[in-house]
Design a protein around this ligand. Sequence first.
Ligand code: PEP
Length: 250
Amino acid sequence: MSRRPIIAGNWKMNKGIKEANELIESLKPLVKDATAECVFCPPFIDLPDAVRLTKDTNIEIGAQNMHWEEAGAFTGEIAGEMLKAIGVKFVIIGHSERREYFNETDETVNKKTIKALKLGLKPITCCGETLEQRESGKAKDIVVNQIKNGLKDIDDITAVVIAYEPIWAIGTGKTASNAEANEACGWVRETIGEMYGPEAAEGVRIQYGGSVKPGNVVALMEEPNIDGALVGGASLTADFAKIVKFDAQA
Ligand code: PEP
């Protein structure tokens, strides 16, 4: 089974509406011939314009978080239903920054992923170990547990995109070596195989994330277990098109 590559940009808490619209307009012509699936995940406030501006293009829009409840007393939260209603297609779930600063756990990641799928939103569900966990030889256990707990009881696991993001490589300029990234994405694939069978393992798409840039994306994409990238810092300029097109030279 061939897996279509998927490159997603996580803009985090960057770019207000005007700047977001300008970036989208500048990227539209640059990514239009990309073979990879191309997803932009701007802040919530930018989403309605982002959906409107990318209508009839090859760019899909994702949110950076959602709540699993439909409505209620959850100050500051956004429901998956609300995202769906405005035409958002993807949602990042359980990013390490959400886990670290907003107390997200494998349990909430699981609830959100299940709810996103129920609504027809495509989750990009994140996992990854800290530097301390890697240095003490616990990386595999951590990642396997995050997958077992965060992605249990899923009806169609191949509808989930899994992002393996070693926390020590996020925003640090330090990339995991290609072999390290591929090995960890392999742990994820193997675990999906144990949970959901070999076809699911073969079909599920796994991204690497952590300081991906035009200069390293090509080699990362050559690794057999890596089907794409979740990109933070380097998704904030028109250079993101070089990543989407795996074009180190462009
Ligand atoms: C991220 O935040 O998901 C990420 C990978 O960030 P960066 O590309 O900046 O390391």
